[in-house]
Every structure is written in structure tokens, then in C-alpha cells.
Design a protein around this ligand. Structure first.
Ligand code: GLC
Length: 547
């Protein structure tokens, strides 16, 4: 039996594969599981502990796979269950765990249950699996309440009855093709227990749980004060469809189910909430194992604010015996190797060709590298998003007619959406689609400078971002940083982050003047050091020099 602190997920570095954009074996322009398998040694060489796959289940792909029509299979776009089994076996052989994305808040409108619900009468058992309601107004012509969709517009769409007349409305917190399940219904709960078992029986090591704060809604469907509604991160538990007390019971149930399996299976919550104290409720000892620290992700490049969020994270997660789960980039936000060079108030705004402010690419990459060195110097688990190890920037030049994100369409072009962080990876400097496949097809266009970020252009260069990530991960493991602690060091200056984790001193310069490194120490690792000084936007890991 492992001691509690040794559980792998407490300190794991987990790499997010966004399968559409990772590697494409069949050449149709959309990545797949066989492609991922062909690149698995990249992940092993990098030194990650686990891989999280964004959804690969059958889906009409209205929201890039977050609209699932069958929870127990693989979309032919991505391959077959045999491809999943092959990837899992190859990953396990290399000591890499595999985490599946579970989307329990909503299904696709093409899911058989939703199709049955549409065909059935109001208040039927078929409709009770989703959230249907009569409209307001004399003829029910107004939505049942004022809840907004995260992607823009109302969260309600009216159905059409079999005779062609307007019918009830159904709830979708996201796109109209993503109807929300009714988690008050025991049949939904039992179905998801069975889905969890399906993937656990296949050997999955855990789940990233999509919109983990949204499953339960206030059954009275009251209006709420939408003036307090912002982007995903701006909503709190004041909304009657987020962070309702009832969600916790679901995760306690799932925890018991996972605990009945061997091998430390884990759950990670995607729960965007205003305060870390709220997020910590998801990782109480009998609930989930991890919850993304989106508040850390949302903190700008500012030493004081970073110190504060790190301290608060250690405090609130520590109080419930959980690690903090750090993250800087994912498939929903502007890549941190661009974002951190934007003014603080612009950092949650998607970028496009007409954005008022675009990041300076040189500063952005330096900050991105330094930020990674800080994150991976911290104890706890960290998630990496594919391509950050190549220092990929956000792609800002995607034309409107090439965009794919429903957020762009539902906001009528007002929000650029998330395509800029989803562009297929460059593996080779030359060749069709830079080695993403061998046909040159790509579901989002790769920009002209993509080849300079390619894996093969970086692998032999000791100063490349890829070499930096590989060294960071090796040293992190060698020095046990994932299970260490943070001890702030005084006297380094307000614009400097300086802490000790075991025998490693992590220093990052967020100010404007170069910083002298402490004497009597050796530099274990550095990003962008100049003549022995730590220039602005650089970081170093230093260790006591051996005498
Ligand atoms: C999560 C996913 C995002 C998706 C949404 C709806 O936030 O990360 O990509 O659009 O849920 O499923």
C-alpha cells in the first residue's frame, strides 16, 4: 500500500493532448489516436507522468468533441477502441498514465437520449433526462429564464413539436447542440456510473471532469443577476446553475466508485470559480483528487499577485489535505507564451487579427518560459498543454472564415474564440503541415512561421524551449520538487519571486533591472540568463555549490 503522500496525482506532471491537433496518422487534417501513438516517445522523452486526452468519443464535433453522442466508443475521426487500447498499453509500458476527458454536464443533441426526448411528450421520462421547460409568456414564446449561454446568447432553445408547432424549451449552458443533462434524475446518475466503469475497466487512470461545477441546477430555474456574469471565470456560485451544493454528492459517489478499483485512479475537476476557497471544496478528502487552479492561470505577470495566489493556494488546498493543481495553458485560453505579455486586463480576452493589443512575441516567450520554471518549481501537480514545450505562441492571424469555435459564431464574431491555441503542432521544420501529417491537410491553418517552432528544429539545440522543458522535468523529478514545500526568501526585492523548495532555490525576475544571483550557488537551470545575471523576465533554479 502506498502512503497517502506518495499518491502519484499529488505531484504528477500531466500533459494535455488535444487529439485534433496533436498528430494525424490518416492525413485527413484532424489528429487521431494512431498519430498520438506514433509520437508517444516524444512524451516519454519529455518526462511527463500522465497524459490527459481531450474528448475522443463519437461526436458531431460542434464543440470540437465536447459534444458527445456516445460515451462508450471512439469517434472514427480519431480511430477505434483498439487504438485507444494500443495507446494505453504503450503509455503504461513507458510508465505514463492516461486520463480520459469526461463530459457529464451535457451531451450532443445527436445523443440517442436527446433524440428520444425530442420525439417524446413534455413531462415524459425521456424528457426528464434533460432540462426541458415550458416557456414564459402567453404562448410560451419566451425562454423559461434569463440564463445566458457561456458561448453567447440565451441558454435556452425552443423545440419544435412533431406537428410543426413550437414546443418546450431545453437548457444548454453552452452551444444549442449541447443540451444539459438533468442530474436530479437517478437514471442519469446510473448511466454515468456505468460510463466511468467502462473506461476504468479498460484501464484508464482517471478522468478530467468537464464543467464539474455545473451539473446541478436550482430546480426552480430562477432568474439571476446577469450583470454579474462575465466570461467562464467570472461566474460564481451566485448563479443558480453553478457550484450548487448538490454537485458534491455526485463526486463523493464517484470517489467511492474509483476507490473500488486498484491503482490510484484519479478525478480532476474543471471548475472555474471566483475564489480558491470555493475550488478547494471539490478536493475535500472524500471528493475529487485534483481541481485545476484556474485562479493561478488567471494571475498576470506580477510578483506580488503571484506570491499571493501561491500562498492562498497552499493554504486552502493544504487545509483539505489536497495538492494544488497548477496550470498555465489549456485548449480554452490564450497560450501563456503569448498571454503573459498582455496588459493584465486583456489577459482573458481572445486574440485575433484586429485585436487592439497584441503581445510582443519575444517578451511573451521569455515570460512564458520563466513562468513555467516557477510553476514546475512548486510542489503539487501541474498540467502542461501540448505545444507549450515548443514555446508555441497563440496564433492570432486566423481569418474569420477559417475559424471553427462555436464561441466565435454564437457571439457573432465579437469574441474570437479559442482556435488560436488549437492549431495543429509542428513536428518538423519542413514537409507537409510540418509533420502533423503527410498530406498537408490541417483543420486550422498553420501560420507561416510555424516551422521555426518544430520539434526537430529544437531537439538538438540546448537553448531551445523544448530542451528547457526536458531539463526542468528531469530536475524536478531528481529533486523531488513535486512533493516538496515553498519557503519564501526575503530580501530579493518586491519584483522578484524567490523561494526554496528543498535544496532548489527558484528565482524569477519580474522587474525591470537585472538581478544578481546568490553567491556560493550553482545554476542548475536557467531560462534566458545573461552574463551570470538574471535579466528581466528570466528565471533560474539554483542549488548550493558543492565545495
Ligand atoms: C469546458 C471545455 C471547453 C468546452 C466546454 C463545454 O470548459 O474545456 O472546451 O467548450 O467545457 O463542454
Amino acid at each position: 500500500m502506498t502512503t497517502p503522500r506518495a499518491e502519484w496525482w499529488r505531484s504528477a506532471v500531466i500533459y494535455q493532448v488535444y487529439p485534433r491537433s496533436f498528430a494525424d496518422a490518416d492525413g485527413d487534417g484532424i489528429g487521431d489516436l494512431a498519430g498520438a501513438l506514433s509520437r508517444i516517445d516524444h512524451l516519454a522523452d519529455l518526462g511527463v507522468d500522465a497524459v490527459w486526452f481531450s474528448p475522443f468519443m463519437p461526436s458531431p464535433q460542434k464543440d470540437a468533441g465536447y459534444d458527445i453522442s456516445d460515451y462508450r466508443d471512439i469517434d472514427p475521426l480519431f480511430g477505434t477502441l483498439a487504438d485507444f487500447d494500443a495507446f494505453l498499453a504503450a503509455a503504461h509500458e513507458r510508465g505514463i498514465r492516461v486520463i480520459v476527458d469526461l463530459v457529464p454536464n451535457h451531451s450532443s443533441d445527436q445523443h440517442p437520449w436527446f433524440q428520444q426526448a425530442l420525439a417524446a411528450a413534455p413531462r415524459s421520462p425521456e424528457r426528464a433526462r434533460y432540462i426541458f421547460s415550458d416557456g414564459k409568456g402567453p404562448r410560451g414564446e419566451e425562454p423559461p429564464n434569463n440564463w445566458p449561454s457561456f458561448f453567447g446568447g440565451s441558454a435556452w432553445t425552443r423545440t419544435v413539436d412533431p406537428d410543426g408547432s413550437p414546443g418546450q424549451w431545453y437548457l444548454h449552458l453552452f452551444d444549442s447542440s449541447q443540451p444539459d443533462f438533468n442530474w436530479q434524475n437517478e437514471e442519469v446518475r446510473e448511466e454515468f456510473r456505468s460510463i466511468l466503469r467502462f473506461w476504468l475497466d479498460r484501464g484508464a487512470d482517471g478522468f478530467r471532469v468537464d464543467v464539474a461545477h455545473g451539473l446541478v441546477k436550482d430546480p426552480d430555474l430562477p432568474d439571476h443577476d446577469t450583470t454579474r456574469t462575465g466570461a467562464m471565470g467570472g461566474l460564481g456560485n451566485e448563479a443558480p446553475y453553478l457550484a450548487q451544493e448538490g454537485v458534491h454528492e455526485i463526486y463523493r459517489d464517484w470517489r467511492r466508485l474509483l476507490d473500488s478499483y486498484d491503482g490510484d485512479r484519479a478525478l480532476c475537476a474543471e471548475a472555474w470559480l471566483p475564489t480558491l476557497a470555493q475550488v478547494a471544496l471539490w478536493v475535500r478528502p472524500d471528493e475529487m483528487h485534483q481541481a485545476f487552479n484556474m485562479n493561478y492561470l488567471g494571475t498576470p505577470w506580477d510578483a506580488e499577485r503571484l506570491r499571493a495566489v501561491i500562498d492562498e493556494s497552499r493554504e486552502v488546498f493544504g487545509a483539505v489535505g489536497a495538492p494544488s493543481t497548477w496550470v498555465l495553458s489549456n485548449h480554452d485560453v490564450v497560450r501563456h507564451t503569448s498571454r503573459l505579455a498582455l496588459p493584465a486586463e486583456e489577459q482573458s480576452v481572445a486574440l485575433g487579427p484586429d485585436s487592439a493589443v497584441l503581445p510582443d512575441p519575444v517578451i511573451a516567450l521569455r515570460r512564458g518560459r520563466a513562468a513555467t520554471m516557477v510553476m514546475l518549481g512548486l510542489p503539487g501537480s501541474s498540467y502542461l498543454y501540448q505545444g507549450e514545450e515548443l514555446g508555441l505562441p497563440e496564433v492570432t492571424e486566423i481569418a474569420d472564415d477559417e475559424r471553427q469555435d462555436p464561441r466565435f459564431f454564437r457571439s457573432e464574431g465579437e469574441a474570437y474564440g479559442r482556435d488560436g491555441c488549437r492549431v495543429p503542432l509542428p513536428w518538423t521544420a519542413d514537409g507537409p503541415s510540418h509533420g502533423f501529417n503527410d498530406t498537408g491537410e490541417s483543420w486550422l491553418p498553420q501560420p507561416p512561421h510555424w516551422g521555426s517552432f518544430a520539434r526537430d528544429a529544437q531537439i538538438a539545440d540546448p537553448s531551445s524551449t523544448l530542451s528547457l522543458y526536458r531539463r526542468i522535468l528531469r530536475l524536478r523529478r531528481e529533486h523531488g520538487l513535486g512533493t516538496g514545500d515553498v519557503e519564501w526568501m526575503d530580501g530579493a526585492g518586491d519584483d522578484v519571486l524567490a523561494f526554496r523548495n528543498g535544496d532548489v532555490m527558484v528565482l524569477a525576475n519580474l522587474g525591470e533591472d537585472p538581478l544578481a544571483l546568490p553567491e556560493g550557488h550553482a545554476i542548475a537551470l536557467s531560462a534566458d540568463l545573461e552574463e551570470g545575471l538574471l535579466p528581466p523576465d528570466a528565471a533560474a533554479w539554483v542549488v548550493p555549490a558543492r565545495s
